[in-house]
Every structure is written in structure tokens, then in C-alpha cells.
Design a protein around this ligand. Structure first.
Ligand SMILES: *[C@@H]1O[C@H](CO)[C@@H](O)[C@H](O)[C@H]1NC(C)=O
Ligand SMILES: *[C@@H]1O[C@H](CO)[C@@H](O)[C@H](O)[C@H]1NC(C)=O
Ligand SMILES: *[C@@H]1O[C@H](CO)[C@@H](O)[C@H](O)[C@H]1NC(C)=O
Ligand SMILES: *[C@@H]1O[C@H](CO)[C@@H](O)[C@H](O)[C@H]1NC(C)=O
Ligand SMILES: *[C@@H]1O[C@H](CO)[C@@H](O)[C@H](O)[C@H]1NC(C)=O
Ligand SMILES: *[C@@H]1O[C@H](CO)[C@@H](O)[C@H](O)[C@H]1NC(C)=O
Length: 350
């Protein structure tokens, strides 16, 4: 009897080991490794010298002759070029980086249409002056081969967030675009918010950052997915303009009762504690690359250089900053593609 009991116990143990082995084999690798997405964000400089030149005409006029290096004056032309010229280099930067999501600031309707054509990517976002085509878009382009859009909306960074509106004392109407996405390969869901805060009013920047943080916390609590925030903050990490950065990263509090009450109740949540982590800081130091400053101006000096364009991830969600780079807005034999540099990051969604 003892032998039988022993052997049936042995069989049970062997069956258990076999079951575990099978489970390990069929356990999807995806669940172990997650999805990596690449987000490129870039303030493109608005189309300040509009013209009627088509994309086809710009490409036809490109000089096909490769210049001689011995006759080239490197980094010599500091003049701002029209968007019609800059757009080709912008397109190549995005395609070369193979961004899954490309977010822009200052894009006027024509710029957004050009990029849709040049990148062959759909976008979300509306013109901030009328909620349609007027004014700058905080557009989010996404690669339809890797990313699917689930929902999207725009709100204004003002006292009337649900209508095109300007904060008193701000230089411009200010808006942000919210996109809820999933990766096609592994169906990992996430939210991206693309914002541009005011260049003149620090009060607007603080209010804008607080509205975004409130909305982001709601998104995180209700959807339980990673939430990212990108864009031009016109706010530095330190110094006189740092309010928006500090509110975003939880170093300053902003009273909720100063936010629009309709907004506050629509996106009500428990508010159990939330902050955004600067993806540059969250990235392992050995995986940080490129420039520090994101704003350069169209200049030949570094006086106005500053780091005001950021990417952030919600601290309460599950992701990992893998790589981070502030790229180039100028190559040695060309001209400034924008007065800002692109920010590019690889993020592992878990
Ligand atoms: C094209 O570039 C070459 C090499 O830099 C230069 O010699 C030539 O003048 C350019 N042609 C035009 C039409 O600008
Ligand atoms: C810079 O480029 C623009 C546009 O191509 C041209 O009009 C301007 O003369 C150039 N400036 C210099 C200093 O080469
Ligand atoms: C994105 O927003 C636009 C404009 O509000 C809307 O027409 C469109 O249906 C939205 N798309 C999705 C997938 O939610
Ligand atoms: C809040 O925003 C809504 C929609 O934009 C607006 O109609 C309302 O007047 C605002 N509330 C206050 C108290 O300003
Ligand atoms: C907001 O949500 C909390 C729970 O998360 C709830 O206790 C509270 O009553 C809600 N407030 C409003 C105004 O809906
Ligand atoms: C996120 O940040 C908040 C505010 O600083 C903090 O209370 C909370 O513990 C953080 N959560 C995680 C998971 O780090």
C-alpha cells in the first residue's frame, strides 16, 4: 500500500511539473515583455512666411547635386526659412526616427495637412482659435501600422476649458489634445496629452499645468493605463518660469477650487496622489542622448537656449523610460528646421 501511495504521489508531482512546464511554454512572451512605443514631440514653429508652394513643387526644386565638402560653409545660414522649405527636413526627421507617435506644437492648418501627406499618418487635434481649423494645432500623429486611436478630445487651458477661450493676460488661446490609444501588436492601452503653454503669462502656465494634471489623474484612475504628457511648456525646470514644471511634477500644489468647476466635476476622481515624472530623469543615465536645450531660436548664439519642451509619464502607472534624446533642428549644410529641437523617447509599456 505504501508503494502505491508513493507512486501516485510521484505521478501527481510529475503531472504538476509537466503542467508548470507547459504553462511556462504557452505563457505569452508579450505579457512578459510589454510593448515599446517611440514618441517624438516637436514644436515646429508656425508657418510665419506662408506661400502657395505645393509639396510637389518644393521637392521638384531640391538641388540634386551633392555639394563638395571642400566648398561648404558649415552652419552658416541662421535665417528662418519658410515652412514650405522646412517641411521636407521635418518629414525626414520623423520618418527616420520611426516614431509611433509624433506630436507637434504651433502647427497651423496648412502645416498639419502637409505632414499628413508627407508622413502618411493620421492625426488628431483641432485649431485652438475656433476648435476647427483656425490657429495652431497641438496635433498628435500616429503610425496606423503600430497604433490605433480609441478616443480623443481637446480642451482649453483657460477658465472655460470646454470652448475655444483665452486665459486673461495670456498671449494666445492655449489648448491641449488628449488621445487614448492602443498598440496594435499587443493591445497595450495608453493616453498621450499634447500641450502648449503660454509664452507670456506665468499664471496661464500654472493653471494649464494644473488642469492637465487633474485630467491626467482622472485618466489614470479611470482607465488604469499609462498616461504621458508632452509638449512645449514655456517653463523651465528652475528660475522664474518654473511654476508649470513644478506643478506638473508635484513639487508645487495648485488649489483645485481655482479650476473650472464643470471641469472639476466632469473629471472628478479620488485624487489619491499623482505626479508626472520627467522622462529625461526617469531614463537610465547611460541611455540619455543628445542636447540639453530644446529651444534654440534661429540664432548664432546660445543666449536663449533653454529646456522648455518635455515628455512626462504618470508616476502611478506601469511603464519604463528606456531611452531619451533631444535631437537636432539643424544639420551642418542646411538651415534650422525649427527654433525648437525634437524630443524623442522609447517607452516600455507594461
Ligand atoms: C546645386 O548645388 C551645387 C553644389 O552645391 C551648386 O554648385 C549649384 O549651383 C546648385 N544649383 C542651384 C540651381 O542652386
Ligand atoms: C539663407 O537662406 C535663405 C533662403 O534660402 C537665403 O535667402 C539667404 O540669403 C541665406 N543667407 C545667407 C547668409 O546665406
Ligand atoms: C477624435 O475627435 C474628433 C473631433 O472631435 C472626432 O470627430 C473623432 O470621432 C474622434 N475619433 C475617435 C476615434 O474618437
Ligand atoms: C467652466 O467652463 C464652462 C465651459 O467652458 C463655462 O461655460 C463655464 O462658464 C465655466 N465656469 C466658470 C465658473 O467659469
Ligand atoms: C468625487 O469622487 C469622490 C470619490 O472618488 C466622491 O466621494 C465625491 O462625492 C465625488 N464628488 C463629486 C462632486 O462628484
Ligand atoms: C506618485 O506621486 C504621489 C505624489 O507625490 C505620491 O504620493 C505617490 O506615492 C506616488 N506614487 C507612486 C506609485 O510612486
Amino acid at each position: 500500500m505504501i508503494t502505491t501511495a508513493n507512486s501516485s504521489a510521484r505521478i501527481r508531482i510529475l503531472a504538476l511539473i509537466f503542467l508548470i512546464a507547459v504553462l511556462i511554454m504557452i505563457y505569452p512572451r508579450s505579457a512578459q515583455t510589454g510593448s515599446t512605443i517611440r514618441i517624438q514631440s516637436w514644436n515646429l514653429r508656425y508657418d510665419s512666411m506662408p506661400n502657395d508652394i505645393t509639396v510637389g513643387e518644393t521637392i521638384a526644386a531640391l538641388n540634386r547635386t551633392v555639394p563638395l565638402d571642400t566648398q561648404t560653409k558649415y552652419y552658416s545660414n541662421y535665417t528662418e526659412q519658410p515652412w514650405s522649405t522646412r517641411r521636407i527636413g521635418v518629414k525626414n526627421e520623423v520618418l527616420f526616427n520611426e516614431a509611433d507617435l509624433f506630436t507637434i506644437n504651433e502647427g497651423l492648418h496648412r502645416q498639419v495637412q502637409d505632414l499628413r501627406e508627407l508622413l502618411d499618418m493620421p492625426y488628431i487635434g483641432v485649431g485652438r482659435d475656433d476648435g476647427a481649423q483656425a490657429g495652431e494645432y497641438q496635433a498628435i500623429f500616429y503610425n496606423p501600422d503600430s497604433i490605433e486611436l480609441l478616443s480623443n478630445d481637446t480642451f482649453w487651458l483657460s477658465d472655460k476649458p470646454f470652448e475655444p477661450s483665452k486665459y486673461p493676460g495670456a498671449g494666445s488661446y492655449r489648448s491641449c489634445t488628449v488621445g487614448y490609444f492602443r498598440t496594435i501588436k499587443k493591445s497595450t492601452r495608453f493616453v498621450v496629452i499634447n500641450a502648449h503653454l503660454d509664452d507670456q503669462s506665468d499664471d496661464q502656465r500654472r493653471l494649464g499645468a494644473a488642469l492637465i494634471r487633474y485630467r491626467a489623474e482622472y485618466e489614470q484612475e479611470t482607465k488604469k493605463v499609462p498616461v504621458f504628457l508632452v509638449g512645449d511648456f514655456n517653463s523651465q525646470v528652475s528660475g522664474e518660469t518654473n511654476g508649470a514644471y513644478k506643478i506638473t511634477t508635484g513639487r508645487f500644489e495648485f488649489p483645485t477650487d481655482k479650476l473650472n468647476s464643470t471641469f472639476v466635476s466632469k473629471y472628478n476622481h479620488s485624487g489619491s496622489g499623482f505626479e508626472f515624472l520627467d522622462l529625461l530623469e526617469a531614463t537610465p543615465v547611460e541611455n540619455r542622448q543628445g542636447n540639453l536645450a530644446t529651444f534654440t531660436g534661429f540664432k548664432n548664439n546660445v543666449d536663449s537656449f533653454s529646456r522648455i519642451d518635455f515628455q512626462f509619464g504618470a508616476n502611478t502607472s506601469s511603464w519604463e523610460a528606456v531611452r531619451y534624446k533631444v535631437g537636432e533642428n539643424w544639420y551642418d549644410n542646411s538651415y534650422y528646421l525649427s527654433d525648437h529641437r525634437p524630443v524623442i523617447s522609447d517607452i516600455l509599456l507594461k
